[in-house]
Structure formats: C-alpha cells, structure tokens
Design a protein around this ligand. Sequence first.
Ligand code: Q46
Ligand code: ZN
Length: 316
Amino acid sequence: MKCTRCRAPAQVRLPRIKAGFCPDCFKLYVERQIKRAVKQFDLIGPEDRLLVAVSGGKDSLALWDLLVKLGVRADGLYIDLGITGYSATSREKAQNFADQRGLSLRVVDLPARGEAVPGLAPFGSRSFCSTCGIVKRHYFNRAAAEGGYSALATGHNLDDEAGRLLGNLLRWQDGYLAKQAPSLPAEAPGLMRRIKPLIRLDEYEMAAYCFLSGIDYIIEECPHARGATSLKYKQVLNHIESLMPGTKWNFYAEFQSRRRRFTPGPGVGPDEAGTGAWRQCSSCGQPSWLEVCSFCRLKQKAALGTPSQATPSPAS
Ligand code: Q46
Ligand code: ZN
C-alpha cells in the first residue's frame, strides 16, 4: 500500500478513514486531527495555559508532545498513586519524557504525603478505582488552581470515550450522558475546565504515533484496570469496528450532536450528594456539595481507622 498523501510506502493503515500513511504523513495526520478536534469542540484558545494529566502511558505523553508541538503552553502533572509494580515505572517514564524535552512536570507524591491509594482504598465506600478517582480529582483541581492554569487536558482517546458512551447508553445514565463531552466547563470556582484533545484519535493511532515519534511509555496498564467493565465495552466496539470501519467515530460524533437532549440529574456531582449548591469544603476549602468533600471524608475515615465494606477491584 502507498501513502495516501505522498505515495511513499505506507507503514500505518487506517481502514476507518480508508487511508494509509508513511511515518511523516501519519504524524501530520495526527497533528491535524488534534487541530480539528480543537476547532470542532472549541477546546483551546490563544490565552489558555494547560495542565496535562500525565500517567506515563502512551496517550497522555503523546498528548503532551502534540500540544507542545502545536505551540500550546502546557505543563504536566503526574500523581504518584503508590501502586506497587506500576507507579515507580510510570513515574520514571513521565519524568524522563519531561526531562528529555525540558518540559515542566509537577509531581504529587501520594506515598510521601501518607495518601497512597492502596492505603486509602479500604476506607472508601466504593471500589478501589473510585477511591483512586476521588484522590486524583482532588489533586487535579488543586494543582490546576494553584498553578493558575486555565484547563486540565486529559489523554482520553476515541476508544475510551466511545466505550464509556456505550456503557452509559446501555444503562441509560442520563446524568453521565449529559456530561460526556470533549470539553467540560468548570462547574464551580476552584474546579477546572477539562478538555480531551485526543477525541478524534483511537488507541492504535496513539500507539503508532508514540512508536514513530520515539516516545518511551509504560506499556503495562495499571493492575487495577484488569477486568474493568470499560474494557469489555471497548472490546465490543472493536469487534463492530472490524466489521464496519468508521463506526466508532460515527457513534461518538453523532452522540455529540444529540448530547443536549440529556440533562444532568441529581447524583452526578463530585460528592454524589443528590441536590444542593456548591459550597466550600470546611476542611480543605475545595468546592464540595457537602460540608466536607469526599477526599477529606476519606482521609478522616482513614485517620479513624474504620474500613468500609468497599468492593475490591478485580486485581486487589
Ligand atoms: S489508575 Fe486508579 Fe485507573 Fe489504576 S487504580 Fe483504577 S482508577 S485503573 S485510570
Ligand atoms: Zn476537602
């Protein structure tokens, strides 16, 4: 197969757009997809200064690389979750990436703060991953606000978002559907606007981009991701995509044009409080729907030493 753009031998085949590219034209294609996403969903303006949530994995490192290449002001944020057999390597990959390019990486060292996720998880009211989510959200918002950034950029790709969309639709989660967008405005002062610039690119394209750009990333997933329901939705969509290339993007893009039909209901805020207005957490000062935010409640429970009956993750 020849490169669709320059007729050199193609190295990356993309059935979903009926094209194939040589390495240089493929990288150009990826950059253009980011630019198109930025324009289509109004993600980044000239005044923006972004904080990129980096995990050491392919998506977040490629995202950071691409944003910087496109001239966007973007620093990185790495949260060391303290997960054995995963965090040390992922931190090393993130730090090396930043050092090699002279980029600024903020690191939140949870084990050093006595807040490693495995230590807090027994005190969470739900799964290991939901405790992890509470902790990450707290530090994302805190770091973004402290550093004066205008938005938090995450490396969610088309596979992640289409899989999540399928899961939300199958369970008719109206509240979550209403909020499933490539750009989410800040819901309250102190919370960050969130953007997903990789939304037009899939898992395979991101891995190919890293390989062709020499980006060294952690290949292993977090051990707690194994067996996650979200992976099953991705597998189903991959099967459909192999039969009908292009379906995944159409599914996601068509949903975006209909998203406003869904309205956020109670129970989808950061504290699952049901109703009520934003207020300041009396302990940490971050926006919360309750007197004390979910992160501080978690820490209070851990200090008291009374574990909840949380559902363990498949790998814990
Ligand atoms: S890092 Fe944390 Fe994920 Fe690992 S523990 Fe679960 S939520 S799977 S994105
Ligand atoms: Zn708090």
